[in-house]
Write a protein that binds this ligand. Structure first.
Ligand code: NAP
Length: 273
């Protein structure tokens, strides 16, 4: 059940690779018109071409979403060329894995991550919202992470940016739900993409593939729940709501041990590609 993606105009950011590209394929296969936004023009064109080759309707819009003028221009072009935007999938992001003690003179890590993960997403939502309000409906999805639900170390800049966007989305839903604006936060677990591939030891971790992850986006677009999550994520969130200090202290040694085990297995070539 839910809302049929067929005929919907769906903007997917970060669709030149990984989860965004897989989601574009999946939603186009269900009859949506997908508008693909990311910086790498060649990769974006290849994704659009592959979708069109399978009979789908895909359009590539190369853009750096941290550039205000470029973002304005691209939203204007999408609206002019397709008449409306029914769904906005905010999926473009970057991640940094670095201990806080190694980041003390690296405020730019936080600024760079916030620029794309938070400010660019809020900018895009702000640009698309007027047309959604005018048409009396619209759905906004964000790609977030299981790690905002549990106290994961080493990703302070990344997780702060994702938590900020989740809070923004909650406000959006509370303020504009009655005017037809629906929202979904997708709490992905680890997914095998270029992003997770940036960390060598994660080669030894079992992960979800991008195709499976794209089903989570599909669920967000079709069923429009306030969140798409896992049982582990719900358990993490609940235990953090009840006993944040205890849970954080109890899990920290586990995460340190997990990283040591992954490093040992990756060095021994025990990897999952
Ligand atoms: N992989 C995981 O384990 C995991 C887990 C939880 C959540 N997530 C989330 O899932 C989403 C997709 O990530 P992924 O794993 O599929 O990684 P990915 O393949 O690296 O995708 C990131 C996308 O963001 C785009 N992007 C980055 N900076 C941009 C900018 N300034 N302007 C426009 N586009 C930009 C990239 O395209 P260009 O480089 O072409 O611009 C790329 O298409 C992200 O929001 C990520 O935080 C991933």
């Amino acid at each position: 059940m839910g809302i049929d993606p067929a005929g919907q105009v769906i903007v997917i950011t970060g669709s030149s690779s990984g989860i965004g590209a897989a989601a574009a394929h999946r939603l186009a296969a269900r009859g949506a018109t997908v508008c693909l936004l990311a910086r790498r023009a060649d990769e974006l064109a290849a994704v659009a071409e592959a979708i069109r080759g399978s009979g789908g309707d895909a359009h590539a819009y190369p853009v750096d979403l941290t550039d205000d003028a470029a973002a304005r221009d691209v939203v204007g072009r999408v609206l002019a060329e397709h008449g409306r935007i029914d769904v906005l999938v905010n999926n473009a992001a970057r991640s940094i894995r670095r201990p806080i003690t190694a980041s003390l003179d690296r405020l730019h890590d936080h600024e760079r991550v916030m620029a794309i993960n938070y400010f660019a997403a809020v900018r895009l939502i702000s640009l698309v919202l007027p047309s959604m309000l005018e048409q009396g409906r619209g759905h906004v999805t964000i790609s977030s992470t299981l790690s905002t639900q549990v106290p994961i170390p080493l990703f302070s800049a990344y997780l702060a940016s994702k938590s900020a966007l989740e809070s923004y989305l909650r406000s959006l839903s509370a303020e504009l739900g009655h005017r037809g604006i629906t929202t979904t936060v997708v709490h992905f677990p680890m997914v095998r993409t270029e992003m997770s591939g940036g960390t060598e030891i994660y080669r030894a971790m079992r992960m979800m593939g991008p195709d499976e992850a794209s089903r989570w986006i599909e669920r967000a677009v079709v069923s429009r729940p306030s969140r798409v999550t896992s049982a582990f994520g719900v358990a993490g969130e609940t235990s953090m709501a009840l006993l944040p200090g205890v849970v954080t202290r109890a899990t920290a040694p586990f995460f340190r041990r997990m990283d040591r085990n992954l490093a040992r297995r990756a060095a021994a070539g025990d990897v999952h590609e």
